[in-house]
Design a binder for this molecule. Structure first.
Ligand code: ADP
Length: 402
């Protein structure tokens, strides 16, 4: 049955949250609402949402022990508040997609495969599968699309994918994959829309600096390398993730502190990074407020900027130069002092910031004379999911659900 008002629902399942958004199908896609259920599995679970104008609306309390019950609450809420029949498809962010190079319609075969590859990403995949299955149970005919965060990086050359460990592991899929692909795909589309020639032909470094943080090296529109690897724990120091570490550290801590693999995993994912070094907070804003009076906060901020600078330098080397550098996500979009510290000393790469543009979070923060253009672009993973759903289903197919 066709509907006059087709919509796409996007779902982005985190460890204890579900972010969602509803888009009106059309050119361009129009966001009707965006929201979040957080503290899933904890006390004080809440559904909060913003209307089409971004105005916050009254929140709703719920009890949800797991993602499945939170998804069922969300479906009931959407049925009560919006005409659920208008939802023509659901797009899910799926963090790990192994070799998948593009978004795919969810079939039983794909679900079976996602179950099979779950051990590669035990932090994300089981919950994401739970969400897809919850929608499938309630609305078996509703098309669902899996949008993989790894897909953007499948163009990386073999040398960037290989891990220098015994070759037999490579055949088992133990390679560098990279993540944040939906954000990077969106940033590249924005770059093209803004008319930056480097989007099509050129050398671009994308810095997605949020709680999770990574950088990507892109040449001629294709990912050539990225800082995250086999898991999202790799690369740059993050809010609570360590980023790259000496592989000798795990056995050393096992010998000297009897640290188990599970404890090591907890430490490098949830107790390290900005939080671990500062012992104060995982949040960059908190650290910036405290850095003048607390050396631990100052060191955490300095480490973040130093490492980001090193990644930019190494990616410029991999790309043979730099045409455009893009800052994005919470820190990248909002924090002039961090951007300035990262770029400080990178004049040799042609990077020259304009101080007042940077302070204003302007779209272009480099000087007119800067050889490399430095931009701030607000990322939108939800919109990228909705676009991917429309592209895979085609506007006609979007209306052919029933
Ligand atoms: P997530 O990966 O959870 O989506 P975000 O992209 O929201 O994370 O980024 C969160 C980070 O952005 C936090 O460290 C937060 O302090 C930082 N941030 C957000 N706004 C600002 C700001 N105005 N100044 C400095 N940091 C900011």
């Amino acid at each position: 049955m066709k509907t006059a008002n087709p919509r796409i629902l996007t779902i982005n399942g985190g460890s204890s949250s579900i972010k969602f958004a509803l888009y009106q199908v059309g050119e361009p896609l129009k966001r009707n609402l965006s929201g979040k259920i957080d503290r899933i599995g904890l006390s004080g679970t809440n559904l909060t949402f913003h209307d089409a104008d971004g105005k916050p609306q009254a929140s709703r309390k719920l009890i949800a022990a797991d993602h499945k019950s939170a998804a069922n609450f969300l479906i009931d809420w959407l049925e009560e508040k919006y005409d659920f029949k208008t939802i023509q498809a659901v797009g899910h962010r799926v963090v790990h997609g192994m070799k998948h190079i593009a978004p795919e319609i969810v079939t039983q075969d794909l679900l079976d495969e996602l179950h099979r590859i779950s051990p590669y990403d035990p932090d994300h995949l089981p919950r994401e599968i739970e969400l897809i299955e919850a929608f499938r149970q309630r609305h078996p005919k509703l098309p669902q699309v899996a949008c993989f965060d790894t897909a953007f990086h499948q163009t990386m050359p073999r040398v960037a994918k290989l891990l220098p460990i015994p070759r037999r592991f490579d055949a088992k899929g133990i390679q560098r994959y990279g993540f944040h692909g939906l954000s990077y795909a969106y940033l590249m589309e924005e770059l093209a829309r803004l008319g930056d020639p480097a989007a099509k032909t050129g050398r671009v470094i994308l810095a997605h600096l949020g709680n999770g943080a990574s950088l990507a090296a892109v040449r001629d529109g294709k990912s050539m390398d990225t800082s995250m690897g086999f898991t999202p724990t790799a690369g740059l120091v993050m809010s609570t993730r360590s980023g790259d570490l000496d592989p000798g550290l795990a056995p050393y801590l096992e010998r000297t502190e009897q640290m188990t693999t599970k404890q090591f995993y907890e430490m490098v994912n949830h107790e390290s990074g900005l939080l671990g070094v500062s012992e104060i907070s995982s949040d960059m804003r908190d650290l910036l407020t405290r850095e003048a009076g607390d050396v631990r906060a100052a060191e955490a901020v300095a480490l973040f900027c130093y490492q980001a600078k090193k990644w930019i330098g190494s990616f410029a080397a991999a790309l043979g130069g730099l045409d455009t550098l893009v800052f994005s996500a919470g820190i990248g979009e909002n924090c002039p002092s961090i951007r300035a510290r990262i770029c400080n000393g990178l004049n040799f790469l042609g990077i020259e910031l304009n101080e007042s543009r940077n302070t204003e979070n302007a779209p272009v923060i480099s000087t007119n004379a800067s050889r490399a253009t430095v931009r701030v672009i607000r990322t939108d993973e939800e919109l990228m999911i909705a676009r991917s759903v429309c592209r895979i289903l085609e506007p006609g197919a979007v209306n052919k659900k029933d």
